[in-house]
Design a binder for this molecule. Structure first.
Ligand SMILES: Cc1ncc(COP(=O)(O)OP(=O)(O)O)c(N)n1
Ligand SMILES: Cc1nc(C(=O)O)sc1CCOP(=O)(O)O
Ligand SMILES: [Mg+2]
Length: 216
């Protein structure tokens, strides 16, 4: 998969009065290089319609497009990939269906990260780093200690997620993350482009420092 730095997930509850498409277009204009459609509430036909619209938008900008949970919708709109959690379809079965599309797997402990890497995940989610109100059945925060563990041990790309804001992202980067994912801080921002650019400035500065830092 193409490498990425800033991953934005839809969260329509955070931008009342604004359409999901205009918000996600601003996230792309701010520099997000992956967009995920996550809609846990709408009827499937509505999710499909949103996926079609986001596919069209992301294609126009050349941005990677991932669908959360729904493999059939990902295939129907020719998304670049899917994101699956620990309770979703197992990776090996999903791989049989989606072929070489991107498969991302949520992990909350190093054993899950190791398993996802062994099973052939293209990337893993690492979280929730901090408390979050964006996910209902969320597990307890894994803290930045889990980021450091994954950075030291796991070879596939990982993205940190969960409660990450501009005011606390430095801790996550300092722990070894090189890619950041957020819902509320991005889509709920009054200045989405500015927020994304600020995230990217911090990620780029930290990644540049990582490249020059002697190995720890
Ligand atoms: C990038 C990324 N990481 C983690 C998740 C969470 O996925 P999951 O555990 O399946 O939970 P839901 O998002 O389906 O509620 C994600 N969506 N994206
Ligand atoms: C969808 C999701 N998955 C998580 C995980 O840890 O797997 S945390 C999370 C919610 C992230 O939203 P926010 O940036 O608003 O905290
Ligand atoms: Mg899921």
């Amino acid at each position: 998969m193409k490498d990425f730095k800033l991953y934005a997930i839809t969260g329509e509850q955070f931008h009342p009065g604004r359409t999901m498409l205009e918000v996600m277009e601003e996230a792309i204009q701010g520099g997000c290089d992956i967009i995920q459609l996550r809609d846990k509430k709408s009827p499937k036909r509505e999710v499909l319609a949103k996926a079609k619209a986001l596919r069209e938008l992301t294609r126009r900008y050349g941005t990677t497009f991932i669908v959360n949970d729904h493999i059939d919708i990902a295939l129907a709109v020719d998304a670049d990939g899917i994101h699956l959690g620990q309770d979703d379809l197992p990776l090996a079965d999903a791989r049989k269906i989606v072929g070489d599309k991107i498969i991302g797997i949520s992990t909350h402990a190093i054993e899950e990260a190791r398993q996802a890497e062994l099973d052939g995940a293209d990337y893993i989610g690492v979280g929730p780093i901090f408390p979050t109100k964006s996910k209902e059945d969320v597990v307890a925060p894994v803290t930045t200690a889990y980021v450091s563990q994954v950075a030291a041990e796991i070879g596939i790309p990982f993205v940190a997620i969960g409660g990450i804001k501009l005011h606390n992202v430095d801790q996550v980067l300092e722990a070894g993350a090189t890619r950041i994912c957020a819902i509320s801080e991005i889509v709920g921002s009054p200045d989405i482009v500015g927020t994304c650019k600020s995230f990217l400035a911090k990620i780029n500065a930290s990644n540049a420092q990582l490249r020059t830092r002697p190995s720890r």
